[in-house]
Design a binder for this molecule. Structure first.
Ligand SMILES: NC(=O)c1ccc[n+]([C@@H]2O[C@H](COP(=O)([O-])OP(=O)(O)OC[C@H]3O[C@@H](n4cnc5c(N)ncnc54)[C@H](O)[C@@H]3O)[C@@H](O)[C@H]2O)c1
Ligand SMILES: [Zn+2]
Length: 342
């Protein structure tokens, strides 16, 4: 087991990679614990689930709503949960985002922790202290920054994940290597087959490296005033692809990363061979790199991106593999490039 820390403004958060979910009791600060669980995960692991009162939630993006927040708060009131409550989220990104948000507002805030059960949530969603829900079609528009006491990332729990969910996590791991760690990138190139077979030691290493990158960035810029934006590599274009085509997040981000790598090459800061390495890795991990759908609609969705400022957008480019840079790029230039090159 390897532990990392995020020193957030609210508290220090411990990220426990390779810890078994069965040891969760070691980390709970109150015996008055209530679990918010993904119902699929509960059904799969019910025999060995921690024995606390459990609120089960069916997960899909529509459930990540203020209605679900109300439902959980109502359950907590019915259970007469007081300030001594510890809220434990067990599930993927949806459960972690909702649980962290409820814990941040229930009785003005109670402590919380996660058992993070998807590859995407282990390397991304449960790390970094962003919690929240969607509202009227706007993703993650209501939320807070608040760190969990701990996040348990147990690689064994990933064995029951559907393949598409593994791919979603792989896209974020490629992102981490591409923006900040060329050794991780090389390791992914050399071990893509073992990753897809979910070999435990390989998974543990890439989860650890990924979390290290994300936690280092968050430690320097918790509230996304600057550097944290590098974590959006592939996401500006990727979000638009996801919205318009409905493909999974990992597939959309992969197309977005290939596009951003191409733009980096065209601006002379990424070599052609490094761009080709990025595309080969995306391909070897079973993810797409080419856009096949309606480009006009995607460009339109990108124009409306919430991170846009006036006529330009903060866009993450690569200055070589392992070194991201944030450029304020004119929307016009992006449109011009994507129209002719993606
Ligand atoms: N807070 C952040 O910084 C942050 C970052 C990235 C993404 N997110 C959010 O995370 C969410 C996506 O998270 P996700 O990809 O983990 O999706 P998810 O929580 O919907 O889980 C994906 C699917 O896997 C199932 N599942 C979970 N664990 C399982 C297991 N061990 N075995 C079998 N099935 C399992 C779930 O029931 C669900 O059907 C989005 O809402 C996104 O906005 C948040
Ligand atoms: Zn993402």
């Amino acid at each position: 087991m390897h532990a990392l820390e995020i020193k957030g403004s609210s508290k220090v958060s411990r990220l426990l990679v390779g810890e078994s979910y069965k040891n969760v009791n070691k980390y709970l600060t109150s015996s008055n614990t209530v679990i918010v669980a993904d119902s699929n995960v509960y059904n799969l692991y019910r025999d060995t689930f921690p024995e606390y009162k459990t609120i089960k939630i069916d997960t899909n993006e529509n459930m990540k709503s203020l209605d679900t927040v109300s439902f959980i708060i109502n359950e907590l009131i019915e259970m007469e949960a007081d300030r001594g409550l510890f809220l434990l989220g067990i599930g993927g990104g949806i459960i972690c985002d909702i649980t962290g948000f409820v814990a941040s507002i229930y009785m003005r805030g109670v402590p919380f922790g996660f058992i993070s059960t998807t590859l995407l949530s282990q390397v991304d969603a449960s790390v970094g202290g962003k919690n929240g829900v969607n509202f009227r079609g706007y993703k993650n528009i209501v939320g807070v920054f608040n760190q969990p006491d701990f996040v348990i990332c147990d690689p064994d729990m990933l064995k029951t994940l559907p393949e598409e969910e593994i791919l979603n996590g792989c896209a974020e791991i490629i992102k981490h290597g591409a923006i900040a760690d060329k050794n991780l990138f090389e390791y992914l190139e050399n071990n893509h087959k073992a990753i897809l077979k979910l070999e435990s030691d390989v998974i543990e290493r890439i989860v650890y490296d990924s979390i290290k990158i994300k936690s280092d960035v968050v430690n320097r810029d918790e509230k996304e005033k600057g550097e944290r934006r590098i974590l959006n590599f592939g996401h500006t274009f990727g979000h638009a692809v996801e919205k318009v085509t409905g493909v999974s997040h990992g597939r959309a981000v992969s197309i977005g990363m290939a596009a951003a790598a191409g733009l980096s090459e065209s601006r002379g800061i990424l070599t052609h061979s490094d761009k080709e390495r990025i595309i080969a890795l995306i391909k070897n991990l079973g993810l797409p790199f080419l856009l096949t759908a309606n480009k006009e609609k995607i460009l339109d969705a990108m124009r409306r991106d919430k991170k846009r400022e006036g006529g330009s957008i903060h866009f993450v480019l690569l200055h070589g593999i392992g070194n991201a840079v944030i450029e304020n790029i004119l929307i016009k230039e992006l449109e011009e490039y994507f129209t002719h090159n993606v």
